[in-house]
Design a protein around this ligand. Structure first.
Ligand SMILES: NC(=O)c1ccc[n+]([C@@H]2O[C@H](COP(=O)([O-])OP(=O)(O)OC[C@H]3O[C@@H](n4cnc5c(N)ncnc54)[C@H](OP(=O)(O)O)[C@@H]3O)[C@@H](O)[C@H]2O)c1
Length: 260
């Protein structure tokens, strides 16, 4: 079986850049998202740069049978993951009690359930290739987020789960890294119904930079990577501020933006 880096959410934003970084560093790719045309265009671009053409699979990862669909698609092509990059995710902005319940639960299905299943489904092949898992969390993982409560909670799960898995899988040579970006201008803002406030520009990073930081952190075996100096300082400060004060600050910013 040929080893690949399986990257979810590779049709936009940070996922596109992660695919470019993994391809540039010599990995063969399997790209997953719902928009096939975007995945095909990215595969064309990577192939045109002289790298092996990525395999693409249009798949809705919110579906309960998504991973059961994905695994045979990989083996039918003679592929197995050496790396799994759980990047697909979305947020919703607004009070949790008034947002559409189905959409909120779909967010948990994607950000939490699919990420968990994909992290666990291929451990044997990750171990064979001494590869790893890169889970995209967020700076939002470090604090509760009134105005985006379910999203922040989903990212707290991603961080906690990934840190524990880092330790559990260390013995078998599988690296696990939680990547925590702060604000990044992508389709995320439109999907979640928010805009980046002007203050966020101070710590905003381009998706390409976040992807490189995540890749390097994974390859160095880092447990948690917070992208950018500004975000690292913010996370350190959060440890010393009571949650009540932090939440009041997040609450004031909501409607315009949160930590994401
Ligand atoms: N942007 C930020 O400020 C920021 C900050 C911190 C963390 N993050 C995290 O970074 C990750 C990537 O976000 P982004 O900013 O790059 O957002 P984005 O531009 O909206 O991209 C999201 C990706 O996820 C895919 N996706 C969404 N729903 C899916 C589903 N049901 N099944 C399969 N794929 C699905 C989308 O593809 P399709 O629509 O084609 O399916 C797209 O490729 C997310 O986990 C997000 O929470 C983002």
């Amino acid at each position: 079986m040929k080893p690949v880096a399986l990257i979810t959410g590779a049709s936009a934003g940070i996922g596109v850049e992660l695919a470019r970084v993994f391809a540039a560093r010599g990995h063969e790719l399997m790209l997953v998202a719902r928009r096939q045309d975007r995945l095909t265009a990215l595969a064309d671009e990577i192939a045109a740069s002289g790298r092996p053409r990525p395999t693409v699979l249009a798949l809705d990862l919110e579906r309960r049978d998504a991973v059961a669909t994905l695994a045979p698609e990989l083996s039918a092509r003679g592929l197995e993951p050496a790396y799994v990059v759980n990047n697909a995710g979305f947020g919703l902005s607004g009070p949790a009690a008034t947002l559409g319940r189905d959409e909120e639960l779909a967010m948990i299905d994607l950000n939490v359930r699919a990420l968990t299943e994909l992290s666990l489904a291929f451990v044997d092949s990750l171990e064979r290739h001494r590869g790893g898992i890169l889970n995209v969390a967020s700076v939002a993982a470090f604090l509760p987020g009134p105005g985006m409560a379910v999203y922040y909670a989903s990212k707290a799960y991603v961080l906690s789960f990934s840190e524990a898995l880092h330790r559990e899988l260390a013995g078998c040579g599988v690296k696990v890294t939680a990547l925590c970006p702060g604000p990044v201008q992508t389709e995320f803002q439109a999907r979640s119904g928010m805009q980046l406030p002007s203050a966020a520009k101070l710590i905003e990073l381009p998706a390409s930079r976040v992807a490189r930081i995540g890749y390097d952190g994974l390859m160095r075996g880092r447990r948690v990577v917070i992208a950018g100096v500004g975000n690292r300082i913010a996370v350190v400060l959060m440890r010393f501020v009571p949650h009540a004060l932090l939440m009041a600050a997040v609450d004031r910013r909501m409607g315009s933006a949160g930590a994401q």
